[in-house]
Design a protein around this ligand. Structure first.
Ligand SMILES: Nc1nc2c(c(=O)[nH]1)N[C@H]1C(S)=C(S)[C@@H](COP(=O)(O)O)O[C@H]1N2
Ligand SMILES: [Mo]
Length: 196
């Protein structure tokens, strides 16, 4: 049997964006040390364009309705991991509680990491504040206690140790976007670097 002959492999090929390879393990990619945030001190906040701040404590986040998405992950360093299982709160639920007409979001993480996205990419079932992975608490090295999960974009957009979102009308580049990575990062259009 040649590789790629079975139905299963063909399905996997269709789920693999251009230039990516499949991996079974879950690599850790962090630009700095892993912050340790005690849940009692953790909070998630959304700051709107008018300067209003909506905050959720850890128990408040856990009390919100959650979803269990199964998604494919695509890292710009070219590994993809298919069918990963998460639990978290949809950004639709959180953003419904703020009054905004903003076009862009800048996500910021404990430790200082930032990444920017159009607000539309956080809506309509496309993004979560994820706090469980494959039935377990999310490990600190993968962003625990909670991370942003935006699987339709390259994984650098999924800020680990998420702390908040700042909403506005200007698109402010984040950590990797300032360093030359693509502003949007669609893996299916292979938007790795500025100019792709
Ligand atoms: N806070 C923070 N989030 C981050 C990063 C980081 O360095 N700091 N790295 C990003 C990159 S480049 C990738 S590929 C993924 C890696 O997630 P993982 O370590 O869980 O595989 O996290 C993203 N989120
Ligand atoms: Mo990455």
């Amino acid at each position: 049997m040649s590789p790629g002959f079975s139905g299963r492999d063909r399905v996997d090929d269709r789920r693999l964006p251009p230039g990516q390879y499949l991996t079974e393990d879950f690599p850790v990619l962090s630009a700095g040390p892993t912050p340790r945030i005690p849940p009692a001190e953790w909070e998630f906040r959304i700051t709107t364009e008018s300067g209003q701040v909506r905050r959720w404590s850890w128990p408040e986040l856990l009390a919100l309705p959650s979803e269990r998405p199964t998604v494919d992950l695509h890292c710009v360093t070219k590994w993809s991991k298919l069918g990963t299982g998460w639990q978290g709160v949809s950004l639709d639920v959180l953003l419904a509680e703020v009054d905004t007409a903003a076009d862009f979001a800048l996500a910021d993480a404990y430790g200082g990491y930032t990444t920017n996205l159009p607000l539309a990419d956080l809506l309509d079932g496309q993004a979560w504040i994820a706090y469980r992975y494959e039935g377990e608490e999310l490990a600190p090295e993968h962003g625990g206690p909670a991370r942003l999960l935006v699987p339709h974009l390259y994984l650098w957009k999924s800020a680990k140790w998420i702390h908040g979102l700042t909403l506005g009308f200007a698109d402010e580049p984040g950590f990797w976007e300032t360093a030359g990575y693509h502003n949007y990062g669609d893996p299916w259009r292979e938007q790795r670097y500025q100019g792709d």
